[in-house]
Ligand binder design. Sequence first.
Ligand SMILES: [Zn+2]
Length: 386
Amino acid sequence: MKHLSFLLMTLSFLVLSPSYKCNVKGEAGAMLPIRGLAIEAPKPESLDRFLYFIEEDLAPAHFNVLILRVDWNYAYQSHPELCDPNPLKQEDVKQIVALCREHGIRLVPQINLLGHQSWAETTHALLREYPQFDENPSVKTEDYTPWPNPERLYCKSYCPLHPEVHDVVFAVVDEVCDAFEADAFHAGMDEVFYLGEEECPRCHDKDKADLFAGEVTLIRNHLAEKGRQLMIWGDRLIDGRTTGIGEWEASYNDTWPAIDRIPKDVFICDWHYERADLTAVYFALKGFQVATCGYRNPDVCLQQIDDQQRFRAQSSPETAARFQGYIHTIWSGADHFLKRYYELKDGKQPGESKAGEAEGNGDEEEDRSGDVRSLLAVINAFTQQP
Ligand SMILES: [Zn+2]
């Protein structure tokens, strides 16, 4: 009996001990496979500060994925008409590539495809140069009024069934992937509100989930020809009404059944900014690799990192492997953000200027330093990972 009591005591100690749990599960507390940041690519004049940020802040904190929103900030040779004024040149990009390679950081360039082809009154380069690709040209960005507006204009979309749109889009996708020497590409595809519109002669009678799934699959197949992986934001694949997650972080416009109509090797970036919704589980159980993405609430971001570790610890090996980690997002312009980041890190109050703020839901005023404080919290969490 003495031996049995000792055995029971030992067992109860082992079961209650956190370190034992780590050893048994093998994952709780272990480093997540993906520790990422998604941010706008820098302007050429701020490249040095951006390289410093990679070297001094991201690399020491064990970041290993950097998603860069390039869009039209690259000197595309295939379509120079789409380039921003003074875009990044190939030699600029090669500096980022070399530094990321040195530190084991996987670079993933992003161009917003399908949606996000405009912002407020501004039509972005693709539809500015190729207005025939516009899904609903009767809605004019020049007439934009703040959301909610009668036309439900948030961002413009291109028509996924236009016979010429992919010739243009895939040329720049290939070029940006070549320049960044990337084995993955992020196509955005979030918050697509205009899809299958009544006025589009090609799409008006089509199922919206089919349209969305068709575009995802087409892009995925194009990338796969060169061994590249497609990453997208996950919101259009979540049923916004049933989940109560709403029409931004999830879909009200009937795109969500597409989750069962796209290839399983599409990587899902599952973003939730105000609350740590548990939808990563949904994607993982559907067979997708998924990373949770946070933004400007430090408590939510830390909860999301913790959740990914917990999901990995509590799942079967097959499912656990699909919880790939955490990707932090920054939605200010990169140059403006880094200025505020170093101000706060150096103990000063970050500047309150609105200049440089990029796309968002229009409520950034709530907490101007939340994005900086969140990144500092995430860097601290990643630094402390074993
Ligand atoms: Zn169309």
